[in-house]
Design a protein around this ligand. Structure first.
Ligand SMILES: Cc1cc2nc3c(=O)[nH]c(=O)nc-3n(C[C@H](O)[C@H](O)[C@H](O)COP(=O)(O)OP(=O)(O)OC[C@H]3O[C@@H](n4cnc5c(N)ncnc54)[C@H](O)[C@@H]3O)c2cc1C
Length: 816
């Protein structure tokens, strides 16, 4: 087929992702769709995948939905398109052979059961009955999902492609996309080796090529190909096609029957990045040479699960390249750099089992302009541009396969490679003070402080050595004063004579306030879903400071620019690097700051939710009286070159007040006791402010309205009593811990799950924010009277629920 001149949507890449997007777009009525494939369909990674279709490891609602939705499609596509997918429902088994793994899988099973997945814990002996050749003496339990299985990946992609063609999509093979055309920040077409075509929307679904394809459009898509292996043995007499798929994370292996032999797949802990300098133009249906020295020992360990496999001959040793990302999540959605340019790549070896979901959500996002599910952990705008650097990709990719399959599921896990990339100015001071660092959006942030050597936390669930350390830091903030380095927060100056008007159209709250006022607000999409949660501080008539979580740093400027009139006089400047954000919190913060400044910190002179520039030691800093921990405190925005001066001054002046550094681990527990929301963790784009108890921050009647107002008004009218509600929960038994994902039950029936949890050291139990849903409605009185339980790794514990913060509901600690 020759290259068409125009299409409503052009998709680059004919693997499982691209074909599924084409299929779903046509299903939604966008039939003027062209898919460009440089070689032939499935020639990238799709052709050789193992085809596991499972919910194992799907720890978020979105990932779980994506995998189950794909499974459903695998079952129905043949009837719809006439193209078989090769799906076989043979069941899936997930093995636990350490106590930590057992707890992990019990927690996962409890979570997925809430969404109707029949995940059953079975004994080692029962596992042995499924796979009589297995070594079972080290197995503590297995988790069995009977209604999952395997598919033939190439057939699945062909079925998507056929379904798309049947509704009018055109698939053009042998065409390579080499660039894009743009106009005023918007994509207008695709340049190929066979000419240029115009398009309203372009989707980069180019698999492991997506980084380079993105680069050709000025779009950052940080991912890296790595070697990925499986071996297929010769025929073994005990193999049969109905053997359920097995995943054995402690051996980094997975297994299924293949042609009378056994396929042994690997997720080795020391992986091999492939083709760091870009992928050659002629790569298709690639099969790479085996690096026996590296993978030999892991393969042997994996085969130990079925000892007799060591005696079986090897029919096929396969190594194919697959792309991995720095946080194991795909990159989806509209790029922050270029409007109308969508990305669907970085599948981390899950691109078959996620393909249905990837296609459905990308297509809906394109057609409706709004994603249909929570995309905070998947949106391409969460990524960091520096992650495309060669050295970052080289170093990080080494640990990604093993971590994805196993250790990243543990609560103490953080990546160990490519660290210390993004550091606050006071990082070395914090390190000297004993900080244990964790990483978020590439930022090193202190989790807690303790003398070195730090205790080894292992892979523990439950109370580890950091529990008492964090309890102490928590108490410092509640009873004395502590400093938390929050430099990772994203900060923007929005300036210009139209700044107030533009921000007021975007913000649900009213930011047309006097100079020096701080406004807590959400930004909403057209459906009323929250796209950002931030503070807006008015610094001058025509100048505002925005402070927002690091997770959506790259979303902010494009969101403003894309939602303001083209003639608006507004500039957006990212000042994150220019200021160090030290937040000084606790009842003694007033006295401490008073010792270092001539400013008056009394409530009369410096009320809650106001900001002013003050002197502090030798420095001048912007101080915001605001708190994220529920205490008296100030957020200090310090010019970067003055940060060490301020840090040292605080330390020198505060010892007798109990002042010390506090990590962000304690912040998690402090803010959850106060039921403060954290965007991306406990609130997301699928929630309206009404769903999550933030109606108080909506200025319903402000002149000119705001984006999302109509949807929100409709929701308000339709939801009495509300059908979904974010509530604070506290486990009555002081022992169990919450991490997020735990089901909440009423009278034994699933009502929702904990979105974020921590230990409330002041409340004396695990505390969290849970989203509860009930079609019959959730009246406040019923909820408060209800007997709720929280399922922690299979054991149910009574829990209290509250619609007001359990800690200091009257805000007396803050407004003092
Ligand atoms: C050994 C192995 C086992 C696996 N097992 C599983 C499994 O059991 N389950 C699972 O879910 N996943 C598995 N995967 C992962 C899965 O194969 C991938 O995630 C999935 O195939 C990715 O699909 P894709 O469409 O995103 O990319 P691809 O299949 O790579 O498709 C991208 C396409 O884009 C084309 N392209 C690139 N650049 C251009 C350009 N400039 N112009 C036009 N076209 C272009 C390429 O030719 C290619 O066909 C496995 C992978 C490997 C290597």
């Amino acid at each position: 087929m020759t290259l068409p001149a125009h299409a409503q949507a052009v998709i680059i890449g004919g693997g499982a992702s691209g074909t599924s997007i084409a299929y779903h777009l046509t299903k939604l009525g966008w039939t003027d769709v062209v898919l460009l494939e440089r070689r032939t369909l499935t020639a990238g990674t799709t052709w050789h995948a193992a085809g596991l279709i499972t919910s194992a490891g799907m720890a978020t609602e979105t990932l779980l939905w994506m995998s189950r939705y794909t499974r459903d499609l695998c079952r129905t596509l043949e009837a719809e398109t006439g193209q078989a997918t090769g799906y076989r429902q043979i069941g899936h088994l997930h093995l636990a052979s350490t106590p930590q793994r057992l707890e992990t899988l019990r927690r996962e099973a409890a979570f997925v059961r809430g969404f109707g997945v029949d995940n059953v814990e079975i004994s080692a002996a029962e596992f042995g009955r499924h796979w009589p050749a297995a070594k079972t003496d080290d197995v503590l339990a297995a988790f069995y999902v009977p209604d999952e299985g395997r598919v033939n990946p190439a057939d699945l992609a062909m079925a998507y492609a056929k379904g798309a063609r049947m509704r009018g999509a055109r698939i053009v093979e042998g065409v390579t996309a080499t660039g894009v055309t743009t106009e005023r920040g918007r994509v207008t077409g695709v340049v190929t080796d066979q000419g240029t075509m115009t398009a309203d929307v372009v989707v980069n679904a180019a698999g492991m090529w997506a980084r380079e394809v993105g680069e050709s459009a000025g779009v950052s898509v940080p991912l890296q190909a790595a070697e990925h292996y499986y071996l297929i043995t010769d025929t073994v007499e005990w193999a049969h096609p109905d053997l359920p798929v097995v995943e054995d994370p402690d051996r980094y292996g997975y297994y299924r029957e293949e042609g009378g032999g056994i396929l042994v797949g690997l997720f080795e802990p020391v992986a091999g990045p492939w083709s760091l300098d870009g992928i050659a133009a002629d790569v298709a249906f690639a099969s790479l040479p085996t690096d026996w020295d590296r993978i030999g020992p892991y393969l042997s360990k994996a085969m130990d699960r079925f000892p007799s496999l060591h005696d079986a001959g090897v029919r096929t040793m396969f190594c194919g390249p697959e792309s991995f990302t720095s946080d194991h999540s795909p990159h989806l959605g509209e790029s922050p750099e270029l409007r109308g340019y969508f990305v669907a790549a970085g599948m981390n070896s899950l691109g078959i089992l996620l393909s249905g979901g990837v296609g459905s959500l990308t297509a809906q996002w394109i057609v409706d302009g709004v994603p249909p599910v929570d995309i905070t952990g998947l949106s391409v705008d969460r990524t960091q541009v520096f992650e495309t650097s060669r050295r970052f990709r080289k170093d990080r990719t080494v640990e990604q396969l093993g971590a994805l399959f196993g250790d990243a599921a543990f609560p103490t896990w953080h990546p160990t490679s490519a660290r210390n990339v993004r550091r606050s100015v006071i990082h070395d001071r914090l390190a000297e003070a004993g900080a244990r660092f964790a990483v978020s959006s590439g930022w090193e942030y202190p989790e807690w402080f303790a003398p070195r050597p730090h205790p080894d936390l292992g892979q523990a669930w439950g109370r580890n050595a950091s529990f008492a350390i964090q309890a102490e830091e928590h108490r410092t903030v509640r009873e004395a004063v502590g400093m938390l380095d929050m430099s990772l927060m994203a900060k923007f100056l929005v300036q210009g004579r139209d700044a107030e008007r533009v921000l007021n159209t975007i913000s649900a709250n009213d930011v047309a306030v006097p100079i020096g006022r701080i406004v807590y607000t959400q930004w909403l999409d057209d459906r009323g879903g929250i796209v950002a949660d931030l503070t807006v501080t008015r610094l001058a008539e025509d100048r505002f400071l925005l402070v927002v979580t690091d997770l959506i740093h790259r979303r902010m400027a494009p969101w403003i620019e894309r939602h303001m009139p083209s003639d608006a006089h507004v500039t957006v400047t990212d000042v994150t690097s220019g200021t160090t954000l030290m937040t000084v919190q606790g009842p003694h913060s007033r006295e401490l700051l008073g010792r270092l400044s001539s400013a008056d910190f009394s409530t009369e002179a410096f009320p809650f939710l106001t900001a002013r520039e003050i002197d502090l030691d030798y420095a001048r800093v912007l101080a915001l009286r605001v708190t994220y921990v529920g205490e008296l405190g100030w957020e200090l925005h310090v010019p970067t070159e003055l940060a060490l001066t301020v840090y040292d001054a605080l330390l020198a002046s505060g010892t007798d007040l109990g002042y010390r550094n506090v990590g962000l681990g304690a912040m998690g527990s402090l803010r959850l006791e106060k039921a403060y929301r954290d965007y991306g963790l406990d609130i997301d784009n699928t929630d309206t402010p009404l769903d999550v108890g933030l109606g108080f921050a909506v200025a319903w009647d402000k002149p000119g309205g705001f984006i999302g107002r109509d949807a929100l008004l409709a929701a308000r009218a339709a939801t009495t009593p509300p059908k979904r509600r974010l509530v604070q929960v506290l486990v009555e038994d002081p022992e169990p811990l919450l991490y997020g994902g735990e089901p909440v039950l009423r009278d034994g029936r699933w009502l929702g799950y904990v979105r974020a949890g921590a230990y409330g050291h002041t409340l004396g139990g695990a505390v969290g924010l849970a989203m509860l849903e009930d079609e019959a409605g959730l009246p406040a009185a019923d909820l408060l009277d209800a007997r709720l339980e929280i399922d922690v790794a299979g054991t149910r514990y009574p829990a209290r629920v509250s619609l007001r913060p359990m800690y200091d509901p009257g805000r007396s600690r803050i407004i003092t």
